[in-house]
Write a protein that binds this ligand. Structure first.
Ligand code: DSN
Length: 413
């Protein structure tokens, strides 16, 4: 395959080769990124991309679906079994369409939801004004408490009682603590709202038993499949049986056309992998690694929002280190440590020049790294943040990072 690509389009082939080397040679700490297995990537790169399949298994608009139907049925069964769901829709192209489909299934344009604000760790598609979710629906947004960085459940309750939303949304992109799904469910019940959980970031932790599952509490659960779950880029919606019809209709034909069958097959493969004991150990190791990294960073004086982490990520306010998030992320990247600049709750800087960085352990844990490597990594981060302009230091750490990466090869290559 690679040689065909080189023959057909060397320009793209060369860039893929360069990206392959980059992904192998750096420590990837962006908490939403991971390494999919070779089996997942084989399915993603398969001939299934050639087939159109609008509709659902047994009820399609085009002929020639015998293999596609079988694949989609397997993916649905594996998703239901893994997460204990009554129904699964495996067709969403990714998390954003999965969320929007859920809104269209449960609300009418103009209805309102209560959801977490983007600057406090929520996601764009949870009703942020510039998005489709914020254009079609009104969102009243809760955040975290300034005192301890934890979700302010009193605020959730107050907003719910005041606005009587159709949906309460929880789940986050930059929240380092366990989410109390039972407390959200209680508030949703009090005001007659449905509870939607976007577990994109923690789906792999939930699958592996390293984070409580939202399934017993939520009416609908959405997720991407490529973060801690370690599948291809795609999405899933899990829901109760009585919502099956509305959810399926909202995905197709409301939001999407033909499903991406190559992605559905790769999701099925990833779900099979996620049901293994090996994956359970992986999910717990992600959290163990994050805790070690967090406590060593705190020993170095880093200000972690909420004072640590319970999951795969940490959000660091760099104000006390006198360096902006983007400057820090750029300096770290020079040393082969890749993270992203991120707003912190109550950020005094703007969204394009935020005060923090967000780091996570899913990808480095996929490489088999453990406690010793987390301690080294925290020390390197500290050294770089102390001297962000020291090129010699960056080059020295970059060489050490490369040696570490060679000792812990990335899976899937
Ligand atoms: N872009 C993802 C993240 O980095 O968290 C969320 O969609």
């Amino acid at each position: 395959m690679q040689s065909s690509l080189w023959n057909e389009d060397p320009e793209i082939a060369e860039l893929i080769d360069k990206e392959t080397a980059r992904q192998q040679d750096v420590l990837r700490l962006i908490p939403s990124e991971n390494y999919a297995s070779k089996a997942v990537m084989e399915a993603t790169g398969s001939i299934l991309t050639n087939k159109y399949s609008e509709g659902y298994a047994g009820k399609r608009y085009y002929n020639g679906q015998e293999n596609i139907d079988a694949i989609e049925r397997i993916a649905i069964k594996r998703a239901k079994d893994l997460f204990g769901a009554e129904h699964a829709n495996v067709q969403p192209y990714s998390g954003s369409p999965a969320n929007l489909a859920t809104y269209f299934a449960l609300m009418k344009p103009g209805d309102c939801m209560v959801s977490m604000a983007l600057p406090h760790g929520g996601h764009l598609t949870h009703g942020w004004p510039i998005t489709a979710s914020g254009t079609f629906f009104k969102s009243y947004q809760y955040g975290v408490r300034e005192s301890d960085g934890r979700i302010d459940m009193d605020q959730v309750e107050q907003l719910a009682k005041e606005h009587h939303p159709k949906i309460i949304v929880c789940g986050a992109s930059a929240y380092p603590r366990i989410i109390d799904f039972a407390a959200f469910k209680q508030i949703a019940d009090e005001v007659g709202a449905k509870l939607m959980v976007d577990m994109a970031h923690i789906a792999g932790l939930v699958a592996g038993g390293a984070h409580p599952s939202p399934l017993p509490y939520a009416d609908v659960v959405t997720t991407t499949t490529h973060k801690t779950l370690r599948g291809p880029r795609g999405g899933l919606i899990l829901c109760r049986k009585d919502l099956k019809k509305d959810i399926d209709r909202a995905v197709f034909p409301c939001m999407q056309g033909g499903p991406h069958n190559h992605t559905t097959a790769a999701i099925a493969v990833a779900l099979k992998e996620a049901a293994t004991d090996e994956f359970k150990a992986y999910a717990h190791q992600i959290v163990d690694n994050a805790k070690v990294l967090a406590s060593r960073l705190m020993e170095h004086g880093f200000n972690l929002i909420s004072g640590g982490t319970d999951n795969h990520l940490m959000l660091i306010d760099l104000t006390n280190k006198d360096i902006a998030g983007k400057v820090a992320a750029t300096a770290l990247e020079r040393a082969g440590i890749v993270c992203n600049a991120n707003s912190v709750p109550f950020d005094k800087r703007g969204p394009f020049d935020p005060s923090g960085i967000r780091i996570g352990t899913p990808a480095i844990t996929s490489r088999g790294m453990g406690k010793d490597e987390m301690l080294r990594l925290a020390d390197w981060i500290d050294q770089i943040i102390q001297k962000p302009e020291d090129e010699a230091l960056a080059q020295k750490i970059r060489a050490d990072v490369k040696a570490l990466c060679t000792a812990f090869p990335a899976p899937g290559f």
